[in-house]
Write a protein that binds this ligand. Structure first.
Ligand SMILES: [Zn+2]
Ligand SMILES: [Zn+2]
Length: 306
């Protein structure tokens, strides 16, 4: 049976728990985490209403794509998602402007261009997904704010769709580092906690590794030492960054391609947090890894230090 879709209130509670934990443990990161927490709550509300109105028959019958090593949505024309994308774009803009005042001027210009009909959201989403090749010179003045808005609007739409598509994916049939649903890279990974095996003497070791898609939010299981970017398996992937007082939080690095990925070890931390918010709350480890010359797998506003 596919996992149940969490209600908005449950998502909000999980986001609040991350914020409360950070306020207690790393207060210097609270001002970084809070705007993302507010943004993810707004997105959760939007995902819920989009899910009710998205027309799924057009999405049926993606079976077989996975066998080719292509993600489910790779053959979907985003054109049918345009109304949802546009609604998400408009709905997220106020909370983006409030939470990220340094980019407010850019958000105003982007919104004005959208109002004039001067933004092709479908093409921009295709470019964001890497499905349309474009040279940087096509967009010489494109502000980072535009990429951020497109990411958020597209993530709201795909997070509404993803649970409807999960049934088409068999666990253990996908071994890539990119998402079987939308093809994006993970923003974070986690190791499962130990599962009781029905006897007080037998406890599963846990530690199975899952990647969490930065865009559609799908989680999929991979081999323990797989690098999601270069897909090499590093049996000596022992090198990671952590702080001694938080053994359940770390950053894994790849010796081959020098990318890194944050990881939460649920055997240490217990319950699964709201992963997108938890990701931002590990910005201190991002900084540590980048100081050592490693690059994040996905560039997001919280891990792009100037
Ligand atoms: Zn995805
Ligand atoms: Zn690698």
């Amino acid at each position: 049976m596919p996992p149940a879709i969490p209600a908005v209130a449950e998502v909000e509670q999980r986001i609040d728990r991350v914020v409360e934990t950070i306020a207690a443990k790393r207060p210097m990161l609270q001002s970084v985490v809070q705007p993302f927490a507010d943004l993810y709550k707004e997105r959760a509300r939007l995902v819920c209403s989009l899910r009710a109105e998205l027309n799924t028959p057009a999405l049926d019958d993606f079976g077989g794509r996975l066998d080719d090593g292509a993600p489910l949505l790779s053959s979907l024309s985003l054109g049918i998602l345009e109304p949802a994308l546009s609604r998400a774009f408009v709905a997220l803009m106020p909370v983006l402007k409030t939470g990220f005042p340094a980019m407010a001027g850019d958000f105003d210009r982007i919104m004005a261009a959208h109002g004039r009909g001067g933004l092709d959201l479908v093409t921009l989403a295709d470019i964001y997904l890497g499905r349309t090749v474009t040279s940087h010179s096509d967009h010489p003045d494109e502000p980072p704010a535009l990429g951020f808005v497109i990411h958020m609007a597209l993530s709201a739409v795909l997070q509404a769709l993803a649970p409807l598509l999960r049934a088409q994916i068999q666990e253990d049939s996908w071994h890539h580092g990119f998402c079987p649903i939308c093809g994006s890279l993970p923003a974070i990974s986690y190791l499962s906690k130990a599962e009781p095996l029905g006897s007080e003497y037998l406890v599963g070791g846990g530690g199975q590794r899952y990647l969490h898609c930065v865009l559609c939010g799908h989680d999929w299981r991979v081999h323990r030492n797989l690098c999601a970017v270069c897909e090499k398996e590093d049996t000596e992937m022992k090198l990671y960054f952590t702080v001694p007082e938080e053994p359940g939080e770390r950053i894994d690095v790849c010796h081959h391609c020098h990318h890194y990925l944050p990881c939460i070890d649920l055997r240490e931390t217990g319950t699964l947090p709201h992963l997108d918010t938890a990701c931002v709350s590990l910005a201190h480890l991002d900084m540590l890894a980048q100081e050592k010359g490693y690059t994040p797998m996905v560039l997001m506003p919280w891990n792009t230090f100037q």
